[in-house]
Write a protein that binds this ligand. Sequence first.
Ligand SMILES: O=C(O)CC1=CCC(=O)O1
Length: 91
Amino acid sequence: MLFHVRMDVHLPADLDPEMRADIVAREKAYSQELQRSGKWPHIWRIVGEYSNFSVFDVESGDELHDILSGLPLFPYMDIKVTPLAKHPSKI
Ligand SMILES: O=C(O)CC1=CCC(=O)O1
């Protein structure tokens, strides 16, 4: 199943810089592992925002929920998930 996901990151301005760097580094490693596995085939920066558009290719909504809730940045994100289906005009 394919899901389109928008993630908006809201890190507190007063977050300790070392903690911030640690969370961002762990987020990158977590994300890149899922990209290598094929479960996270697209991630795009939204120009001018600390946000991304991503596409996930997973077995179920439950699997996606587990992946998203495991993101190190999850406590600092607003996330909007849109399930995708085949478009009838797609060639
Ligand atoms: O920077 C972001 O958009 C948040 C994020 C998700 C995966 C990642 O590596 O960074």
